[in-house]
Design a protein around this ligand. Sequence first.
Ligand SMILES: O=C(Nc1ccccc1F)[C@H](C1CCCCC1)n1c(-c2ccc(Cl)cc2)nc2cc(F)c(F)cc21
Length: 233
Amino acid sequence: KEKIEITKEQQALMKIILDAYNRHQIPQDVAKKLLQDQYSAEENFLLLTEMATSQVQVLVEFTKNIPGFLSLDHEDQIALLKGSAVEAMFLRSAQVFSRKMPKGHTEVLEARIRKSGISEEFMTPMFNFYKSIGELHMVQEEQALLTAITILTPDRPHVKDQHAVERLQESMLDVLRKLCALQHPQEPQYFARLLGRLTELRTLNHYHTEMLTSWRMNDHKFTPLLCEIWDVQ
Ligand SMILES: O=C(Nc1ccccc1F)[C@H](C1CCCCC1)n1c(-c2ccc(Cl)cc2)nc2cc(F)c(F)cc21
């Protein structure tokens, strides 16, 4: 049984990623808001665009703290952010949905989201993903690394130097692999299951434009930042 040990520099990398991840949380808690009140489709859509806009700003700050990211080609930095913003939002939403909540709260939250204005056809893939993330019971370090790994996906559209991105992603993957082995010694497949979630996350990417444009209301207004990031309007 090989001795798995996280090196000093990997521990330093872990700390930087985790601090950045915790520092860049969404200030206002959307789950609490949704549990407090039932909103109209219009209000929910506005809440989503506000949350998603602040999520993109938070994502940029988080990404700037990923060691090596700012040394990448500047256009590649933009391509990575643009290519991962939707996935990062769904990953964040899944982590919000999977948080430990008092009895019955998750059910209320799910019901509110089901009636928020999203078309019925997207509910199953979206909640399947949220529940599959919840079943992993990820620790904070794993969540932070998974977000960084999602951002550092080399094959996003328009990325020129894919190898430079691959090298950064590989160092994150190596830390995550060791962390999983240490955190879940009984589950040798855990790391593979975690990466499998990233594949499921990409499929949500395909739905997101339609999820927004089919929101049960007329005249969908987006912020300029979301028009940039979400290929809408
Ligand atoms: O705010 C949101 N997500 C979100 C965005 C950025 C940071 C953190 C976030 F949670 C929206 C709300 C918005 C208001 C109407 C209901 C859905 N949201 C989604 C979601 C996101 C995008 C599409 Cl196209 C469809 C649903 N899934 C959620 C699961 C949850 F547990 C949760 F608390 C909120 C969730």
